[in-house]
Design a protein around this ligand. Sequence first.
Ligand SMILES: Nc1ncnc2c1ncn2[C@@H]1O[C@H](COP(=O)(O)OP(=O)(O)OP(=O)(O)O)[C@@H](O)[C@H]1O
Length: 449
Amino acid sequence: MSLLIWEQCLQHLKKQLTPAEFSIWIRPLKAKIHNNFLHLYAPNNFVLNWIKKKYIKNLKQLLNKFCLMKPPCIILQIIPYEKEIKICSNSSNIFEKKNYNFTKKNIFNNKTNINKKYTFKNFIEGKTNQIAKYSAYQIADKLHHSYNPLFIYGNTGLGKTHLLHAIGNFILSKKILKKVIYIHSEKFVQNMVKSLKNNSIEEFKNYYRSVNILLIDDIQFFSKKERSQEELFHTFNTLFDGNHNIVLTSDCYPQKLTGVAQRLKSRFGWGVTVAIDPPDFKTRIAILLQKAYIKNISLPYDVAKFIAKKLFLNVRELEGALNNLKIHSIFIQKPITIKLAKNILKDHLQIQKKKITIKKIHEKVAEYYNITIMDLLSKKRSRSITYPRQIAISLTKKLTDYSLPEIGNFFGGRDHTTILHACRKIKNLKKKNHEILKDFKNLLYKLSL
Ligand SMILES: Nc1ncnc2c1ncn2[C@@H]1O[C@H](COP(=O)(O)OP(=O)(O)OP(=O)(O)O)[C@@H](O)[C@H]1O
């Protein structure tokens, strides 16, 4: 009996469960087969109990299905720390291996700049980022040319940089002789300026034009930097013509980049362009639990749920809340509870709320839908006006402490029942229509800046 049987169960469960369920509960389990016993090691008591309650029956059925002879008995236990290391290092599904540097020395030290911390394995997948992750993986795994260039765009803190490093780490782990470099756009510009000063611009050019996979982060930093754009343009052409992969990230769609030459923008869109949106509720919970696990923080599920409900714009914010909770719980020497989370998030949410005024909501919504503020407050009933108005009302309800009649006053003296109706309507539409949900989230983001 080998671990192959467990691999089969994993493949099956991966299809059966949602990505979030699989990542939170099943993926952290480490398996070992010994004397017809399948030892499953859970990272903590919480996961262990959950597996017992929700998945053990299913696991037994799968073992029965896949075993031709007598299926092994399952022994479920908590992993002791030293054991965890041992099992992990033997595990076949670990992507991270030794980073390697290139031997040829030059002024840039041939550093890959890849951060080992960010891998595909610890990138939690959900509806809003799965295409980006899939595309990034295609490049890492197969160096797919149809994905050249891959352009990933989205708001801050949603995992774009994480995916760039994940590509780099995956390629490095395969130990194939491919030169992969991660570079932040600002650094690219700095290096270029330095090279111009040092009379080493030829080395600069050769360095970036000789890579096999170039990962460039936050391309919007090239805005209005004509000389650097010129250099990027030639680097891009050399790599593209030589069938080398280029992956770029940005805070917006290529054509929306301001201060960037049209010839570059059009090249950015030659391959595949994918968006990353803020994670949905379930994915936020999964991310929190995973980050807590990595940071060795004991985070109860209900607290993760509470934080995920309150913070919905970006993952960096979730991580910040988690770090804050950890520090406070260590300081007061008490475990993390909902009460503690409420206290900590209170200040954060209060600051957020203070930043959001009715004026700002009016302005941002009007600008987003290309209508006037007067339209928003008017009695006009055409769909092109009522829909943005209902969105604005619903945002006001979510982001401020105003009562329904007060909100009615801010929107042209409307009755509180009209306000309630608008909020309910948008709530339902968000569930059914992805575009509406996206509009709502985009506006939430713009208002939070
Ligand atoms: N799906 C995810 N799973 C796990 N961690 C994530 C995920 N998305 C984001 N993160 C984490 O959130 C943090 C911020 O992500 P990252 O730096 O990649 O964002 P970004 O989109 O590049 O933001 P910016 O545009 O500000 O550079 C990182 O610690 C990253 O690991």
